[in-house]
Design a binder for this molecule. Structure first.
Ligand SMILES: NC(=O)c1ccc[n+]([C@@H]2O[C@H](COP(=O)([O-])OP(=O)(O)OC[C@H]3O[C@@H](n4cnc5c(N)ncnc54)[C@H](OP(=O)(O)O)[C@@H]3O)[C@@H](O)[C@H]2O)c1
Length: 245
């Protein structure tokens, strides 16, 4: 699918990896629906950057994706504004430390609701719109740690493992009109407060001996949308080889 002139929705687009994905899609000519929850100012700035830099039609959309109804309504809001929806990138995510003994039901729900339930209901709302538009692409941003879970982030890792199962199920359910693929990033952008000692350990652990970049993830998104019309149901590691180490 060529992105030129197509409508793409990126969740959690305002900052960090989502911002890189949105910029790459804008560079390729997509009309962009930028979702945000708290980062309104960053979303506005990104919209201006894409409009000024690439001359694309851009709009921002607020939704709290812990609320399944807001997730479902988001796809409709995008179609009302742009008249179509061709690509959805499920990127928004909660990523908190939850030690086993201290994890509460609330911690569990916070991760599962945003990282797994929202992509399901967003996809459910988006799929008919994509079919109306002649087909579409859904990209789920998971994590290599879905396969090798961290014990101090069990709800996060379980949510991402569930997202891979969802990716497989949706690829079957939505074929042949819509291709559904996942990306499993390794460490591409550590939290701002990540301790230097742990950062060095992360670099040592990957065979390619460096951190990735948000752009690495964005390029995989572009590949799976533009170059991957015969690819569905895959979970592509973009992790410097971390999963095979
Ligand atoms: N960074 C990495 O190295 C890395 C590694 C492996 C996998 N990943 C995956 O790659 C994706 C992007 O990573 P990242 O580090 O850029 O993510 P992030 O900064 O942790 O979060 C991305 C965005 O998710 C949105 N979000 C959180 N809770 C939300 C809610 N209740 N409703 C709506 N949006 C919500 C936030 O939007 P607002 O700011 O607008 O509130 C946030 O900016 C994630 O799916 C992550 O799991 C990242």
């Amino acid at each position: 699918m060529r992105l030129q002139g197509k409508v793409a929705l990126v969740t959690g687009a305002a900052r960090r990896v989502g911002r890189s994905i949105a910029l790459a899609l804008g560079e390729k000519g997509a009309r962009l629906a930028l979702h945000y929850n708290r980062s309104k100012r960053e979303a506005q700035r990104l919209a201006a950057d894409i409009r000024d830099g690439f001359g694309r039609d851009v709009a921002i959309f607020k939704a709290d994706l812990s609320d399944a109804r807001q997730a479902a309504r988001l796809a409709d809001a995008v179609v009302r504004r742009f008249g179509a929806l061709h690509a959805l990138v499920n990127n928004a995510s909660v990523y908190e430390v939850n030690r086993f003994g201290q994890t509460s039901p609330r911690d569990w729900d916070d991760h599962l609701d945003v990282n797994l339930r929202a992509p399901f209901f967003l996809s459910q709302a988006a799929a008919p719109r994509m079919r109306e538009a002649g087909g579409g692409k859904i990209i789920n941003i998971a994590d290599w740690a879905a396969y090798r879970p961290y014990t101090d982030r069990i709800p996060y890792c379980v949510s991402k493992a569930g997202l891979i199962a969802l990716n497989t199920a949706l690829a079957k359910e939505l074929a042949p009109d819509i291709q559904v693929n996942a990306i499993l990033p390794g460490a591409v952008l550590l939290p701002d407060d990540y301790p230097p000692r742990k950062r060095a350990a992360v670099i040592r652990a990957a065979p390619l001996k460096r951190l990735g970049t948000p752009r690495d993830v964005a390029e995989a998104v572009i590949y799976l949308i533009e170059g991957g019309d015969f690819i569905t149901g895959v979970a592509l590691p973009v992790d410097g080889g971390r999963m095979i180490a």
